[in-house]
Write a protein that binds this ligand. Structure first.
Ligand SMILES: [Fe+2]
Length: 258
């Protein structure tokens, strides 16, 4: 049997292929193995609204200080749930939309789709804002609730530029990146996923998934909002709903996908 070896010509145009790694620019829901991770883009108008709410919390830091309830080694973390109390607030609706896409993606491979049925059954448990500054970081931790989200209001360009910094010349420049951690180290097993977010991104993951955020050395501010939601867990694995969220057209599409 002829043995086939890759030549440089064979590999031309295939440099982007990375085994087992999904690129940050791929938006959607990923379920290669282990926990499903969703990456989406928030409505920019809502991002501005969230920043405004954060500024209100900042004006009364003692009242909204949430650091004692959170893992972060940060100087400013404020409770936003106290300031956004209406469950139907557009901020929550936008976040729930992405959580619903997570569920559709995790259960049916339809991450582009958000069902009103799912959105109605998602309840916001908590939400807070992190103002991460030079040398501050998030140690490894997990959350409460059922699903957790983190969205990014401000990711300064200098975090990427720090790849040129003398401290970042190893093989893992991570300034300001979030790392999701799952499973045990073993041959051919990947246990971490590093994501360098961009302003406007939202990441959704199961509440129990361990994660952490690396510090940076630039004198800038990285603003992230995190929180947890409760979902109707009876959805999981049940394809015979009494009140199916899908129309016949949706189900036809679902069957085509599978
Ligand atoms: Fe967290």
């Amino acid at each position: 049997m002829d043995e086939k070896h890759w030549t440089k010509q064979d590999l031309q145009g295939k440099q982007d292929l990375e085994v087992g790694i999904y690129n940050k620019q791929d938006y959607g829901s990923f379920r290669f193995f282990g926990p499903t991770i969703y990456i989406g883009q928030m409505d920019p108008v809502i991002i501005e609204q969230i920043k405004d709410v954060g500024n209100k919390a900042r004006q009364d830091p003692k009242r909204y200080d949430m650091r004692k309830q959170l893992a972060g080694n940060l100087s400013e973390e404020y409770n936003l749930k106290l300031l956004v109390q209406d469950n139907d607030d557009p901020i929550y609706q936008e976040i729930k939309k992405h959580c619903a896409r997570y569920i559709c993606g995790a259960e049916h491979g339809m991450a582009e789709y958000q069902s009103d049925h799912y959105i109605k059954n998602i309840e916001m448990e908590s939400m807070w804002i992190n103002y991460q500054k030079q040398y501050e970081w998030q140690p490894e931790h997990s959350h409460s609730g059922h699903l957790s989200f983190v969205l990014y209001c401000q990711i300064p360009n200098s975090l990427r530029e720090e790849e040129q910094h003398p401290t970042q010349q190893g093989n893992s420049p991570m300034s300001g990146a979030i790392t999701l951690s799952y499973g045990e180290d073993n041959t051919y097993n990947t246990t971490v996923k590093h994501i360098m977010p961009e302003t406007g991104d939202i990441i959704v993951f199961p509440n129990w998934l361990r994660h952490y955020v690396y510090p940076f050395v630039s004198d800038v501010e990285r603003i992230a909002v995190a929180g947890n939601v409760f979902t109707d867990k009876t959805f999981a694995g049940d394809t015979k709903w009494k009140d199916s969220p899908y129309t016949d057209k949706d189900l036809k599409k679902l069957n085509e996908v599978n």
